[in-house]
Design a protein around this ligand. Sequence first.
Ligand code: OVV
Length: 406
Amino acid sequence: MNGMASGNSNFRDGVPNLDIDPFDEDFLTDPYPYHEQMREAGPAVWLSKYGIWGVARHEEGAEILKDYKRFCSSAGVGLANFKSEKPFRPPSLLIEADPPEHTRARNVVGRALSQKNVAALQEAFEAEAELLVDQILEKGEIDGMKDLAIAFPLKVFPDAVGLEEEGRDKLLRYGNMVFNVFGPPNRLFTEAVAEAAELTEWITAHCMRDALAPGSIGQIIYEGADTGEVTEAEAGLLVRSLLSAGVDTTISSIGNMLYCFTENPGEWDKLRSAPSLTKHVIEEVIRLEGPVQTFFRTSVEATEISGVQIGANEKLVLFLGACNRDPRRWDDPDKFDIARKPVGHLAFGSGVHRCVGQRIAQLEAEVILRKMAERIKRIEPIGPSTLRLNNTIRVRESIPMRVIAA
Ligand code: OVV
């Protein structure tokens, strides 16, 4: 199915037309050859199957993310155009909004997730990491996804937000749904939205002020309602944003980190002898194997990108994972190199929407990686890892691996 377009009614004259489906199983399983094809075809390519633009080069990806005036988010950051299609849930006040409304919401969340508030979580994160590393060393042979990449964030992050213990598996299903629904109405999308009624009811109830633990990040969000910056209902939607954005992404990143090291045992040895690289390693993992592979923007008016004419109200899909492997920007881009300091990668986005939870996400990954590097001499695969396909997130289903104590 994938290849050059031929005889498609959706043909755009004078630009590279591709009939790649970036959301089919083939692409989601191994996006990298398709990324290269799109990057080499031009600065923006016409994806005729969906009638949208694809952007796979770093320079243009960064330009679009930074320019919220020309490329808005309020029409949705998935394939659906909110100007003509009804969103499946009330839009996010953060990612599905533009300044000035976005700024007001962002300030409230930015304060809740400040350096200081996140630093206060470190001790609890470390205690949980210690416990999990004890457990995996006891077992020896583990599933890196279930035993670490899911277990760790699914405990520490909802604890930080102030969510009760009961029913946290629903968070996994909720995140999976939100990220599938950014894609086209394919099988992944349809199966996910089948759960929408149940999960929406659950998440809405658990984002209410009284559902959140005292002193939690969730309660700090509600302080924005006390000051009158947002309404009580808006504060609930902002807590929903934390729970939507903060689970799958960190699970994916920690899993992809384990995957990178099991595939590159030499890099594990290097990290153990240079633990000061830990922070950079995490950036290198998400440059190479980013959790969020795609976000969309919508052109506000007719414009151009590196000479390609874009019409008004057209969707553009940004391939963040492709930008982060653009050989125009990175040396040896497909190589996992823990000594690389990948400043400028787009895994957290860029511009006014740049990930507001970046610091807490980094802290989770840093704490678990430091603890592992301290106590584990070697990690090795004991079978093939598998992927859990999602329209937006690149995440493993399972990573069978052995851990050997230092
Ligand atoms: C970054 C992100 C992903 C998914 C959902 C949201 C944000 C939200 O604000 O709901």
